[in-house]
Design a protein around this ligand. Sequence first.
Ligand code: SAH
Length: 287
Amino acid sequence: MTRIGAERAAEKRRRALGVPEVVDGDAGDEPIGALPAETVEALARIVVVLDHTKDLVNIAGVARVMMNFGLTRLRLVKPDEFDTWRIGGIAHKSQRITEVATLYETLDEALADVSFVVGTSARARTAGRSYTRPRDVAAQIAERVHEANRGTVAIVFGREDRGLTNEALDRCHAVAVIPTDPAYKSLNLAQACLLLAYEVFLALGEGARPLPKGRRATRPPTQEELEATFAALEKGLGAIDFFKSRKPESVLRTLRTLVSRAQPDLREARLIAAIGHEIKNKIDRKG
Ligand code: SAH
């Protein structure tokens, strides 16, 4: 099937299932850039483990988050339901994650080859565990995955209704607790995953990339050009008798302060000058 064909089929399935589309903006998501190879390699050393997930919509949400933040390896320990076709109908293009996801009978099997296990929990339950915050644990994860010889890192998420069991938390080297309003601590599974994935992404340096400039700014005006702007404004305002009993110097001073605070570029300064010129021309023509 062609890509367009596959997308149409996914859309039909989503409608047939009556599942709300949680995914948007895909048309514009065609790759224009790519993550640097170094980041891709580092992210490939991370596995996301979902323990006994109840709801397929959450698996879809996690797959989507993983795609957003360059994570590729999903492991599922006995999910209540798992169907790449249905998940694809909810999270567009998620097959690239779910088709290579691996299923396990036990959490121990899913973690067998992992050397650093990060659990996640809505609440710090038993004393004696290493609880941490996402930002701190993300720094630790980033440090590990930068080096190939430091093994695989797992980030583990618990079941929607009960979270990770104590036995599961015993397998974790660190347990990340996302700070929340104490009155409502439990995040949606995929949203918790989003925060962890985002922090890891930032810790890998991806938040520091410069954004494209909004528009091409011209150079700043020279003093002479700025003076011409104010002169044009003064003439225009004079032509409509704006000053009346006001002192022109004092009005001009306020306008100067305003304009210098805005630090206009040349194009903007010329626009202000043009306003002055146009007013004057119009009045002169009327005679
Ligand atoms: N009632 C459960 C909440 C489960 S929510 C509990 O008490 O733990 C499903 C999963 O989302 C959790 O197991 C955890 O992996 C993640 N999660 C939800 N809220 C979180 C939070 N505040 N901090 C870290 N992980 C959280």
